[in-house]
Design a protein around this ligand. Sequence first.
Ligand code: ADP
Ligand code: MG
Length: 673
Amino acid sequence: MSELLKIKGIGENTEKLLGKLGLRTPLDLVANIPRAFDDYSHVQAVRSIRPGPVTVKVRFSNIRGRYSKKGLHITEALASDETGSVKVMWFNQPYRAQSLKAEEEYYVSGDFAQNFRYLVISNPTCELVSSFPLHTARLVPIYRLTKGLSAHQLRRFTKEAFNHVDVTETLPSWLREEKELMNLSEALMTMHFPETLDDLVKAKRRLGFEELFTMSLASELNKHDFAKEKALHIPFNEKIVINFVKSLPFELTSDQRKSAWQILQDMTKGSPMNRLLEGDVGSGKTAVAAIAIVNAAASGYQSALMAPTEILASQHAKTLYNLLPLRVREKIVFLSGSLSPSQKKNALSAISSGDAKVVIGTHAIIQEHVVFDNLGLAVIDEQHRFGVEQRKALQGKAREMPHILNMTATPIPRSIALTLYGEMDVSLLQEKPKNRQVVSTKIVQPEERQKLYESLSGVISEKRQAFVVCPLIEDDEKPGRGLSVAHIARQIASWIPNARVEILHGKMKADKKEDLMQRFVNREVDILVSTTVIEVGVDVPNATHMIIEGADRFGLAQLHQLRGRVGRGELSGNCVLILTDNGTTSRRLQFIEQESDGFKLAEYDLELRGPGAIYGTMQHGALDLRVAKITDVKLIAEARQAARDYIKKGENLLQYPQLKTKVDRLRTVTNLN
Ligand code: ADP
Ligand code: MG
């Protein structure tokens, strides 16, 4: 028998309804954090109540049931406290008269309003003062519900569920004492049924701390394990590196210099580098990676560069080919799933013999049959976080653990970086190379749409290309009809008949997507209408215009990443943001018209809209914070310090099995998108 059925009032039907909400065990109920509270905690004297929602503490008299002339059942009673009396009525609840006991005291919450000639409290909720009130006279929890399941039921089940679970403490007592945190079972009970606002704050602090602590512990443990591994000591080959930097057709920015320096230092250490290089599209990350690759090659080590898609990988290959010095350039090998068997065989043998010094490709690189001669450096583009599993796979390919350099164009605000990526050191490329153009950005109302699209025909006749980004794939997705790639593509075709328009979206097969992208790069397509799949995308220098439909539905950091796709070449980029509805523009969107720093945009949106604004939908529970706020930098710092103390004390996770389960899961989380 399912555990839930043991709870009073839960039958098989109710069990199904709870299942729809993801609640399958009593523990799920207990862990189902309310999304808000109604404050009914203020109990008023009957004499002082005014029309509106009220709560009083009363005894009933003159209880009677009757039928109105129209056949409506009415239960009436007089509710009194020391200060006065008020009439209470229930409609079509004939059982009420039997259930009310004249000798008992009740909390009554309901709407005090005019009913015919009198002011009465209509259809109130009543609970015995001597019981544990759940719906009245308190901060009343509000949960997500589903059709057929009432708020009253869910509150009752939740309360009852506490009798069926054994809440095991997850935090060591020294930590709870030091941080003045409630114990877990008290915190959970208080989180649902707090006596005061103050108690609620304390419960949130305890549970929020635990969420952040768990994440910090996962990343600290990873960092700890990583630091214990032996790494290849790759010295700073000063002369070769300096010559290489001098040979570049541009001056490095000072952020590039600093980051390259940090990376080269990391490579000389006894434990492997695990660094995140973060910078907007075009900030020059690949150039920094090239410096590290040159340095590794100078000591005879191989490097690998991995990208999430084949097109991105081949673009990296081109970029690096142009940047790297001749003797390294000759030893680039490309590896991806699309190679022919003989190409693949050649690539694999060059990799295992050590002839290949730089291996560029997709995830094919970490597949089992790939054997390296002496892999020293792995550069990983846009994976956000290279998980334990992949790292193990890489390790299997080298005699020692290779140094790892992660690169991302997603602006990750500091608080998120600390929580999620605490195991990595971070280098920032915040400064843009000189001569870099800002993408001019303009917000327009939807009524200007047709005019705007028609103006694209000028862009096309100048042999340039455009991206159009839509929030939806199909027309029938609601709300937001008319904002789908399908619909917009049809409209464009009717407005600019000679344009070659194609559609790209995430439900297409990977090879179809790649193929279409390649045709766009080859200029066989003028306008690419797509969903946000182009976000982590491809360099198409000839694409100068972007139109984003339903722009108000996107996060600022996301909009910023999208517009980073245009203006990649000599030609300046233009981005137009079309609003969903006619009306006023929010301050939020106006901010992106003026601001060109992705980090500032991300921080701003994080404050305003939370982490979802930055990452879209979260997967893997990587940032699955239900209580803590990711913007609570102070609590984050405390949790991180606690995680370090915990490790320093040599605490054994096996003592805290629930904590261990959560930490283990987080330790293997690989990426966010
Ligand atoms: P990212 O990988 O961060 O998007 P890239 O390293 O691909 O950026 O650089 C984008 C373009 O800018 C490349 O053509 C690169 O050669 C060039 N570039 C890199 N660093 C500089 C710099 N300091 N000054 C001028 N151009 C640069
Ligand atoms: Mg890049």
